[in-house]
Ligand binder design. Structure first.
Ligand code: URP
Ligand code: ZN
Ligand code: ZN
Ligand code: ZN
Length: 478
C-alpha cells in the first residue's frame, strides 16, 4: 500500500486537502483528510504538491511504421518518458495494412505494446472499406475493448480514405456505439500542392507547410462534420491546428452537433517561424501534419481550449531521428512526418495554460486527463481520484522549474521541439496503478507493467436509431 499524504487533491471538479491511499491491487482505497497510516504502508509526503489524476495522452504513435521508417520511441521508452512527465496512460493507433485485417493488425499492436510501462488502449484505423472491415469493427467493439476508429482524410496513396469510406465507416461505428477520430486535411489538395511545389523546384521543408495551408484543414473539418451530421453521429477531430477548424467545430457544437476537438501541446506554443530558417535539419524536425501555423492560429487554439470548443490535449507523439528525417533531403514529401511531445505535454500546458491564467488547475485536469477518459470510455477507472479508480496519480510541483532539452529528456529521439524552453510546473512523482514510477528525477518505469485498457462503448445501452433521432431532434428522447 502507498499513502500519499498532505497534498491538495485536484480533480476536474474539486480541489481539497486530502490524503490518497493506494491499494496493492492498484486501485484507490480511500481519499480524505488525515487518513490513518495502515501498517506496512509506504508513505509519500505530498506537502506543498498538487495531487492530480495522471495525464492521459489520447494520441500517440509508438514504434509506428510510417513513410518507410519506424518511429523511434517504442511502447516501453515512450510510455516511460510519459511517466517522467506525469502521463500515466496513452491511446495509440493500430494501423492495418492497406486491404488488411483490422483484427490481425490489432493483435500485432497488442504484441508490440506488451513492453509498455504504463496503461494503453487502441484506436483502430480504417484505411479501406469492404464487408470484412465492417464485420471486424463489430468484433473489435464486442470482444476487444475498442470503441474508437481512426480515419485519415490525408496521406493520399497510403492511409487516406475518401468520402465514400467515411460515410460507410461513420455509419457503422455509430451503429456500434463507437466514436470516429478524424485526421482532417484535404488529401487531394495536399497532393496537388506538393506536386506543384516540387515541379517548381521548391523541395525544402518549408514547402511542407506551404502544401498544407490552413484552408486545407478547415475544408476537411467542415466536410467530415457534414458527413457525421448526415448520420447524426458524433465525431472527434484530432490535432486541430487552425482557427478555421476550431471555428467549424464551434459552429457545429452551437448547432447541437456532437463534435469533439483535440489540440496538441506543440501546436499551442510553436508557430511557423520554425520553417523560416536555413537550417534544413531543424526545419525538417518540425515537419508534422498538420504543420505549425502563423501566430493568430495559436491564439484561436487557446481560446478554443478555454471555451470548451476543444476538449482534449494530446501530442501525436511520433519520433523520427536525424537519419530518418534526412530521407527527405532532396524532397520534402519524403521527410517522415511527426514530432515528439509525450514527456513535456503536462509541463507545457501548465506553464503556458495555467500560469498565464488561460486555464484553472481544475480545467488543466479536465483537458489533460478527465475529458479524454470520458470521451473515450475510460471513466471512471481513469481521469478521476476516487475510491475504486485506478491509482494513477501525478504529484505536481506548481513552482518547480526545468529547462526542456533533448540532452536530458527520456524520449528515444535526438531532438526536442521544446528545446531550451524553461517551464514552471513539473511532475515531482508519478504513480501508475499504485506504484511509484517517477520520483524526484528517478525513473523507475518497469518494462511490461502497463496493461491493455478495454474501453467498452459508453452508449451501448442506447440503440443507434434512438441516438440518431436524439442527435437530429433532442426532444425525441426527452
Ligand atoms: O505528422 C504526424 N502527425 N505524424 C503522425 C501521423 C498523423 O498524421 O497523426
Ligand atoms: Zn476476435
Ligand atoms: Zn494525423
Ligand atoms: Zn497521429
Amino acid at each position: 500500500m502507498l499513502l500519499v499524504r498532505g497534498g491538495t487533491v485536484i480533480t476536474a471538479d474539486s480541489s481539497q486537502p486530502a490524503d490518497v491511499l493506494c491499494g496493492d491491487d492498484g486501485a484507490i482505497l480511500s481519499v480524505g483528510p488525515c487518513l490513518e497510516i495502515p501498517t506496512g504502508a509506504q508513505v509519500l509526503d505530498a506537502g506543498g504538491l498538487l495531487v492530480m489524476p495522471g495525464g492521459i495522452d489520447p494520441h500517440t504513435h509508438m514504434e509506428m511504421p510510417f513513410m518507410g521508417e519506424v518511429a523511434s520511441d517504442d511502447f516501453f521508452t515512450g510510455t516511460a518518458a510519459g511517466l517522467a512527465g506525469g502521463t500515466t496512460s496513452i491511446i495509440d493507433f493500430v494501423i492495418p495494412e492497406q486491404g488488411g485485417s483490422l483484427i490481425d493488425a490489432w493483435r500485432a499492436w497488442r504484441a508490440k505494446a506488451e513492453k509498455a510501462a504504463a496503461d494503453y488502449g487502441f484506436h483502430v484505423a480504417v484505411t479501406h472499406w469492404d464487408e470484412r472491415v465492417s464485420e471486424e469493427m463489430g468484433e473489435l467493439v464486442r470482444d476487444h475493448g475498442v470503441s474508437s476508429f481512426k480515419h485519415f482524410m490525408a496521406y493520399k496513396g497510403a492511409l487516406m480514405v475518401d468520402d465514400g469510406v467515411l460515410m460507410r465507416s461513420l455509419a457503422r461505428a455509430f451503429e456500434l456505439g463507437a466514436l470516429c477520430n478524424i485526421h482532417a486535411e484535404n488529401g487531394e489538395a495536399v497532393a496537388w500542392l506538393q506536386a506543384d511545389l516540387l515541379s517548381r523546384g521548391l523541395t525544402g521543408p518549408a514547402s511542407h507547410a506551404a502544401s498544407r495551408p490552413p484552408l486545407v484543414e478547415g475544408e476537411a473539418a467542415q466536410r467530415v462534420i457534414a458527413i457525421a451530421g448526415v448520420h447524426g453521429a458524433p465525431v472527434y477531430i484530432v490535432h486541430v491546428s487552425t482557427e478555421d477548424a476550431t471555428r467549424a467545430i464551434a459552429e457545429a457544437r452551437a448547432r447541437g452537433q456532437r463534435v469533439y476537438g483535440e489540440v496538441l501541446a506543440q501546436h499551442l506554443v510553436i508557430d511557423d517561424s520554425v520553417y523560416k530558417t536555413d537550417d534544413w535539419l531543424s526545419s525538417a524536425r518540425h515537419v508534422m501534419s498538420p504543420p505549425f501555423r502563423p501566430r493568430h492560429h495559436l491564439d484561436a487554439l487557446w481560446a478554443g481550449l478555454a471555451s470548451g470548443t476543444l476538449q482534449t490535449t494530446a501530442t501525436d507523439h511520433c519520433c523520427f531521428c536525424e537519419g530518418a528525417k534526412r530521407k527527405g533531403e532532396s524532397d520534402f514529401t519524403k521527410i517522415p512526418n511527426g514530432t515528439p511531445g509525450i514527456e513535456d505535454r503536462m509541463s507545457v500546458l501548465w506553464h503556458h495554460g495555467v500560469r498565464t491564467g488561460r486555464l484553472t488547475p481544475q480545467e488543466f485536469v479536465a483537458v489533460t486527463s478527465t475529458n479524454t477518459a470520458r470521451i473515450f470510455n475510460m471513466h471512471p477507472r481513469k481521469g478521476v481520484i476516487a475510491v475504486g479508480a485506478d491509482a494513477d496519480l501525478v504529484l505536481w510541483d506548481p513552482e518547480g522549474s526545468r529547462t526542456i532539452s533533448a540532452a536530458t529528456h527520456h524520449q528515444n529521439v535526438d531532438y526536442n521541439v521544446f528545446e531550451g524552453m524553461t517551464v514552471t510546473g513539473l511532475a515531482r512523482h508519478t504513480i501508475t496503478r499504485g506504484v511509484l514510477a517517477w520520483s524526484d528525477g528517478d525513473l523507475r518505469a518497469v518494462r511490461g507493467a502497463g496493461r491493455y485498457m478495454e474501453r467498452p462503448c459508453g452508449n451501448a445501452d442506447m440503440t443507434a436509431s434512438t441516438l440518431r433521432a436524439a442527435a437530429r431532434d433532442p426532444l425525441v428522447v426527452a
